[in-house]
Design a protein around this ligand. Structure first.
Ligand code: PEP
Length: 245
């Protein structure tokens, strides 16, 4: 399966950061994987113009469930699409924790994204306490089941397994733990989507760096990565991309 490597810039980046996309284009020209950069909303249009005609797609980090309306400060999937985004990250643990996004909200956002023509990267992942309690698999399985949009398919949906305790901490689960969770998520996808569930890409996210990327990509059901900190600098991100290719 062709891997998908997505960079989540979070609330980082001013216009000057667009240079990183220019550099990334040069460094990853022949990459045999799909590459997505998700800058903050303010940079999407410019980033999309810059990436036009290249192998890099631009994504957003959230969208609303509705197409328009009285939702001050929010942004719809159609607006993102018009600005040039092709992907959207949904249900990131920071959104689930800080903005209390539930699985149902994530599923509704994913449906809205799908209707607007955006592919979703839906995040799931357990907290440290949940892993220590031995309920990590139950948690991620429940999140996945509840967060899938109605007509999920490999063309419009990818899943990112991001253990909350591994995000931005430098901590990474063992290869066996990643393998166990990804296999389990694959099972759910097959149960929910049948044959199509085999084709939905499952990304790993949480402190991915050039030094650990290859061993993570060797896990059979790891079909790419969602990268935070190491996606901000084109040279670091390009090294992760080359480990996937
Ligand atoms: C993320 O924010 O989705 C993430 C995985 O961050 P980091 O790579 O910095 O751990």
């Amino acid at each position: 399966m062709r891997k998908l490597i997505a960079g989540n810039w979070k609330m980082n980046g001013l216009a000057s950061s667009l240079e990183e996309i220019e550099t990334l284009k040069g460094l990853t020209g022949g990459a045999a994987c799909d590459i997505v950069v998700c800058p903050p909303f303010t940079l999407i249009e410019k980033a999309a113009q810059q990436a036009r005609g290249s192998h890099i797609a631009i994504g957003a980090q959230d969208c609303h469930t509705k197409t328009s309306g009285a939702f001050t400060s929010d942004i719809s999937a159609a607006m993102l699409c018009e600005a040039g985004a092709r992907f959207v990250i949904l249900g990131h643990s920071e959104r689930r924790a800080v903005y209390h996004e539930t699985n149902m909200i994530v599923a509704r956002k994913a449906t809205a994204a799908q209707e607007a023509g955006l592919a979703s990267i839906i995040c799931v992942g357990e907290t440290r306490a949940e892993r220590d309690e031995g309920i990590a698999l139950d948690v991620v399985r429940r999140q996945l089941r509840g967060s899938l949009p109605i007509a999920a398919a490999s063309a419009n949906t990818a899943i990112a397994y991001e253990p909350v305790w591994a995000i931005g901490t430098g901590l990474v689960p063992t290869i066996d733990q990643i393998d166990e969770v990804h296999r389990s998520l694959r099972q759910i996808l097959e149960q929910e989507l049948g044959q199509e569930g085999r084709l939905v890409r499952i990304l790993y996210g949480g402190s991915v760096k050039s030094s650990n990327a290859s061993s993570i990509f060797d896990v059979p059901d790891v079909n790419g990565a969602l990268v935070g900190g190491a996606s901000l600098k084109a040279s670091d991100f390009a090294e992760i991309i080359s480990a996937a290719a």
